[in-house]
Write a protein that binds this ligand. Structure first.
Ligand SMILES: Cc1cc2nc3c(=O)[nH]c(=O)nc-3n(C[C@H](O)[C@H](O)[C@H](O)COP(=O)(O)OP(=O)(O)OC[C@H]3O[C@@H](n4cnc5c(N)ncnc54)[C@H](O)[C@@H]3O)c2cc1C
Length: 525
């Protein structure tokens, strides 16, 4: 089971890179071409190299504001791609295509390189005679480690540049919202009160024509060589080592993000308060992959909530807007937790005196992944995941609870499957969501949480609409039979939907088993 590793490395652990970097660049797309040429920079000065990562937009990007002329670059980094999967990487390529277009409209070009940023960025900074290198901060252990390594590599290469990290990914950086003793909040309600009441920055304007340099003007032709033709060439999924996604992945790019946000802000946000927990009502924003890759800025989303609140017709409508803002706060809460505890990706956040005795159950895990557990709401969610690379939050929780409590399978197995299948996979929210569902996470509740998949189905999919959409075997089943499927007798099940599986576990028995496992972990008598 693979996961973004967290190595507690410090800057001094990185080997000096200059000696090896020419070789490391060979054969790596633009980076390789850069390596083959000589390094004679043009006379242009005042160039700022901006390294795009999860901020694939030009509007509402604080790192792009300023007087220097901008040379943007994205680096396909094998160390990061190792944790990628077809849905996220396909969305990423769509987002890069859109970003490249935005730069072209401004007379510039997005440089697309492949290789180790510790070698690509110093070479490029040297080649364009950059005064500064900027990027927006990300919060995983791997990202922090990479930031330190790139800063060290720039210094080591003797490139005289200012390195500046911006906080464009969040409304409030981790160090600005803390408990009284300066540590991160582990209780969401405390965090929310403080986060909500803080003033929020407005989105910054996009750079205009003239602010952006064309690399063909900034980098010497001879030096740039073939790269001048291919600077904006996107690799294919196959070239990056990925198959096509199994799912129909939602459109990427800034236009798609802004269309979603505009529709949501005009209408859906006012029913978000009442409808957001009902998967069939399609009342959530679907912005998660855009917020993950930054094809929309969070300040822009916040501004939309201000506009919606100002236009709200009554108190209920304003409360609905507030319910959505609370979700944006969850996003930042988990990013702060990850920043403070990068190990939450692989280790329990909450300590139990004894190990939780997870079960090894390959057949149960397979049935869960394939949406064949015989629990219709769980199966609908797992099939939506494969079909759309996205799942409604309520159903993510129910499916995660089923895996970790009813099957008593380690949350890391579920995390890994979601990572491979979700288009919005985000280390912070995935670790936060999985550990919350598994009762190992940042959570104010001292008790072990269970979601009964039958009552969840009755409450949140009362007409069985969501299940019918994703589980065709149950399309013609009466609604009661959908909810009660796990407790129907075999004869009834065979008469109603002969092709849909019987439940793989008895909920009552397995509920008891999970309680015992958590009591043992807590050391209860
Ligand atoms: C087990 C589990 C795993 C999850 N994994 C991810 C993940 O990998 N990536 C991801 O973006 N979200 C994850 N979530 C959180 C949540 O399910 C999704 O953010 C949400 O369903 C996305 O749909 P939306 O954009 O329509 O959300 P909306 O309801 O419209 O919310 C707006 C935005 O707020 C943020 N948000 C909403 N709910 C949460 C939450 N509970 N935690 C953190 N941020 C939230 C997201 O950025 C979302 O796009 C997970 C939740 C669970 C229970």
């Amino acid at each position: 089971m693979s996961e973004e590793p967290y190595h507690a490395t410090s800057e001094s652990d990185f080997e000096p890179l200059r000696a090896t970097r020419r070789n490391a660049l060979r054969g790596a797309g633009l980076a390789g071409m850069l390596a083959m040429g000589g390094a004679s920079a043009r006379q242009d000065s005042g160039v700022r190299l901006h390294w795009h990562r999860r901020d694939l937009r030009v509007t509402d990007n604080p790192a792009l504001a300023g007087d220097d002329r901008l040379l943007p670059v994205f680096v396909h980094d094998p160390a990061i791609l190792a944790y990628g999967a077809p849905p996220v990487v396909s969305f990423l390529l769509g987002a890069l295509d859109s970003l490249r277009e935005q730069y072209r409209e401004r007379g510039g070009e997005l440089l697309l390189a492949r290789g180790d940023p510790r070698t690509v960025l110093p070479d490029l900074a040297e080649a364009c005679d950059a005064d500064a290198v900027t990027w927006n901060r990300d919060y995983s252990g791997l990202a922090g480690e990479r930031d330190r390594a790139v800063a060290a590599a720039l210094a080591d290469a003797g490139v005289s540049v200012d390195v500046e990290r911006f906080g464009g990914t969040l409304l409030h950086k981790p160090e600005t919202i803390t408990t009284a003793d300066g540590s991160h909040h582990s209780v969401f309600s405390d965090f929310w009160r403080e986060w909500r009441d803080r003033e929020k920055a407005a989105p910054v304007a996009a750079p205009v024509r003239g602010d952006v340099v064309d690399p063909r003007d900034s980098l010497d032709e001879e030096w740039l060589g073939e790269a001048s033709e291919t600077a904006g060439t996107l690799p294919s999924l196959a070239e990056l080592g990925f198959d096509d996604p199994e799912a129909d992945v939602q459109p990427a790019g800034t236009d798609a993000a802004h269309d979603l946000l505009a529709d949501f802000r005009e209408d859906t946000i006012y029913r978000y308060g009442d409808d957001r927990e009902y998967p069939a009502r399609e009342s959530t924003s679907r912005l998660s992959p855009h917020l993950k890759f930054g094809t929309v800025g969070v300040r822009t989303v916040w501004k939309a909530t201000e506009d919606a609140a100002a236009a709200a017709s009554d108190g209920d409508a304003r409360e609905s807007v507030e319910a959505f803002r609370r979700r944006l706060a969850w996003r930042e809460f988990y990013a702060h937790v990850l920043d403070a505890r990068p190990d939450v990706v692989t280790e329990n956040y909450r300590e139990y005196p004894n190990e939780i005795q997870w079960r090894d159950d390959p057949e149960g895990l397979r049935a869960w992944k394939d949406g064949e557990t015989g629990y219709p709401l769980v199966d609908a969610g797992m099939r939506q995941l494969r079909a759309e690379a996205w799942v409604h939050n309520r159903v993510r929780m129910v499916a995660a609870s089923f895996l970790t409590k009813d099957l008593l399978i380690d949350w890391r197995e579920g995390y890994d499957w979601y990572r491979r299948k979700l288009v919005d996979h985000d280390t912070a929210h995935a670790a936060g969501g999985w550990q919350w569902a598994a009762s190992t996470g940042a959570n104010a509740q001292p008790y072990v949480r269970f979601f009964d998949p039958v009552t969840q189905s009755e409450e949140y999919d009362p007409d069985g609409e969501y299940v019918r959409e994703h589980v065709p075997e149950l399309r013609d089943a009466p609604t009661d039979a959908i909810h009660e499927w796990p407790t129907l007798d075999d004869e009834k099940r065979a008469a109603i939907a002969p092709d849909y599986p019987a439940p793989i576990v008895d909920y009552g028995e397995h509920h008891e088993r999970a309680i015992e496992a958590f009591e043992a972990a807590r050391g209860d008598d």
